[in-house]
Design a protein around this ligand. Structure first.
Ligand code: HEM
Ligand code: HEM
Length: 292
């Protein structure tokens, strides 16, 4: 879907946006107001109205996206138009203001609009770049398959631990149940590993952080160096190998989660900034009619 976002129907909406921009520039060029160009001239009002209609239509996309039964064209077509019209909007708003800015609510509306547009551009960049990286990282497997591989490693570890003392069984059971994946948007984006494990050391049992399964691997290495029984040492070696596999798999899954989170994170700017823009815009229009 994302690849075709920009080239939808031979870039039909790019041409519409370019035409709109060209007409606006020509009008600005030809218009000869008795004052410096600004939002209060006839052309200023016209361009302001066009810009406002565009913003309302762009904001409507959030509603449109969720109405699958609508017959008003495909979401893909809307998205393609959304991108090109959103960029043309910058020019139209600039021409509307006559390139005049100040410390006022009008300029605040403009700044918010620019932030929405910039976050949108970043969103397009992300949509074009990330899907490829997701499939490279997954190496032909699906997320569900990664999850079942992880479950498989955990149950094999527990089977191996059954042949060892209680401490090993507690270790593998707690390492499995306390492995942390996902969480808040922030922890998905940062990829921080908050896994823990219950470990018995020096006669004391405690919960310790286990990022990258390091605590488990260290403990197993320690136990192996102390073990004099060849069979036990071999079983511990097997547990270590399984844990290293688990570490590799967890890294892959974390990257998958991080990439997915990147795909949605920018919308947490785009959408609230849109709301702020609408408030500033209404204030702009109301104050202009009250005080101009
Ligand atoms: C129906 C819609 C609109 C109307 C009637 C309108 C009206 C006006 C008027 C009368 C002015 C001149 C006021 C002044 O210079 O102090 C103005 C300026 C301005 N407008 Fe609008 N506007 C509309 C939409 C927009 C939109 C969509 C934006 C951009 C988000 C925008 C941004 C600005 C900016 C940046 C200025 C210049 C402020 C300055 O001179 O410091 N306006 N507008
Ligand atoms: C002032 C201008 C704009 C407004 C008010 C606006 C508003 C919105 C809204 C409300 C959504 C729906 C998000 C949701 O509900 O999930 C959306 C989606 C989107 N916007 Fe914008 N937008 C603007 C400009 C732009 C620009 C210039 C671009 C790109 C260059 C862009 C790229 C996108 C993309 C790619 C989505 C799709 C998100 C998805 O479907 O996952 N937007 N926009």
């Amino acid at each position: 879907m994302h690849e075709s976002m920009l080239v939808f129907r031979k870039r039909r909406y790019l041409w519409v946006a370019l035409t709109m921009s060209f007409v606006a520039i020509a009008a600005y060029w030809l218009h000869d107001p008795q004052e410096p160009p600004n939002g209060g001239t006839a052309l200023g009002y016209t361009l302001g109205t066009v810009a406002t209609l565009l913003i309302v239509w762009l904001a409507w996309f959030g509603v449109r996206k969720r109405r699958y039964s609508s017959t008003l064209g495909s979401v893909q077509g809307w998205l393609s138009a959304h991108v090109y019209f959103g960029i043309a909007l910058v020019l139209i708003a600039l021409l509307h203001s006559g390139f005049q800015f100040g410390i006022n609510v009008h300029t605040l509306a403009f700044v918010l609009m620019m932030l929405v547009v910039l976050s949108g551009l970043y969103g397009v960049y992300v949509y074009l770049k990330i899907p490829q990286r997701v499939s490279e990282n997954r190496k032909g497997t699906s997320r569900a398959e990664l999850v079942s591989q992880l479950e498989d490693i955990d149950s094999r570890s527990q089977r191996v631990a059954q042949g060892l003392s209680d401490e090993f069984q507690e270790l593998t059971a707690s390492a499995a149940s306390r492995t942390q994946l996902g969480g808040s948007l922030w922890s998905r984006l940062s990829g921080r590993d908050e896994s823990q494990v219950v470990i018995k050391a020096d006669g004391q049992t405690g919960v310790v952080p286990n990022p990258g399964q390091e605590a488990v691997l260290d403990w197993l290495a320690d136990q192996q160096s102390r073990s004099s029984d060849a069979e036990v040492a071999a079983a511990i070696g097997e547990l270590s190998a399984l844990t290293r596999n688990k570490r590799r798999l967890l890294r892959q899954m974390k990257e998958d989660i991080r990439l997915q989170a990147t795909l949605e994170a920018w919308l947490y700017l785009h959408v609230p900034l849109t709301a702020a823009l609408l408030v500033a815009l209404v204030t702009h229009i109301v104050t202009v009619f009250l005080y101009w």
